[in-house]
Design a protein around this ligand. Structure first.
Ligand code: SF4
Ligand code: SF4
Length: 264
């Protein structure tokens, strides 16, 4: 049981642990992790900044402080060269909301017709472009103002307010509109991390010789399109849209998928 959900358990511990540290920073004055998901400080010393937030600020015409730029550089290097889009599956608190909605969707047997419309498939990238354009026109970081990630963080760390409504809207959307999903089709931050994550060294590796084409990995993967080489050839999953969640490894009983580093 534990082995079958080892990555899921690890992800929830990480996501809830980070929220707990943010909460402790606000209520008890801990300095382990303060701030929020866009701009945080570790041990009161190291700045960590969301590079997409910095990009929006730059597009809106404001100057970004040097420590924020360094913090964005650290995050950019960590995700693009090492962990890939792991922010979405291991850090972002909305992942818990979206996964719960997806689980309910299956339990309640809502319809899940595949969607191949090219515009819908690429929608999150268009939204990313729109966010940058609107940030330039309006003169502020647009996604930071409306992001359900920030709203969820504020509601948990500072107390519940009206922002929780947007989180509820995402939850309902993900529950009834599958296979459409906020993370897969709408979130510009997820799109940003998808774009920068291709060079990462930590990837899922598929071993064709072990694969029995049971398709269990397709059933659980939140980004099924990244599994196009499964059953076809032994190779790493190179797409930046893979969130390195490890769910495919957990369900594969034939040891045809594993995490790998530096595998070409
Ligand atoms: S796609 Fe957006 S909301 Fe979803 S997990 Fe990633 S950053 Fe969070
Ligand atoms: S390929 Fe595996 S690790 Fe990547 S998103 Fe899909 S289930 Fe998660």
């Amino acid at each position: 049981m534990l082995k079958a959900h080892r990555f899921l358990i690890g992800r929830r511990i990480t996501q809830l642990g980070l929220l707990f540290l943010f909460f402790g920073g606000n209520y008890f004055g801990w300095e382990i992790l303060t701030g929020n998901y866009s701009s945080a400080k570790v041990f009161g010393l190291i700045d960590l900044t969301d590079p997409f937030a910095v990009l929006q600020i730059l597009f809106s015409g404001f100057v970004v402080a040097t420590n924020a730029l360094i913090g964005a550089g650290i995050i950019l290097i960590a995700y693009s060269l090492i962990f890939g889009r792991a922010f979405c599956s291991w850090v972002c608190p909305m992942n818990i909301v979206v996964d719960t909605a997806g689980w309910l969707n299956k339990k309640l047997r809502f319809q899940q017709k595949p969607i191949n419309n090219k515009f819908v498939v690429k929608l999150r990238y268009y939204i990313l472009g729109l966010v940058l354009l609107l940030s330039t026109i309006l003169g502020f970081a647009v996604f930071e103002m409306i992001s359900p990630i920030g709203m969820l963080h504020r509601n948990i760390v500072f107390g519940f307010g009206t922002g929780i409504i947007s989180v509820g809207v995402v939850f309902l959307f993900d529950m009834v509109a599958r296979p459409l999903s906020f993370c897969k089709n709408i979130c510009p931050l997820g799109a940003f991390y998808s774009l920068i994550s291709r060079p990462r060294i930590l990837k899922i590796y598929h071993i064709k010789e072990n694969c029995t084409n049971c398709n269990k990995c397709f059933a659980v993967c939140p980004e099924k399109q990244v599994l196009k080489t499964v059953g076809v050839k032994s190779s790493p999953i190179t797409s930046g849209e893979c969130t390195n969640c490890g769910r495919c490894i957990e369900v594969c009983k034939d040891n045809a998928l594993k995490f790998s580093i530096f595998k070409k």
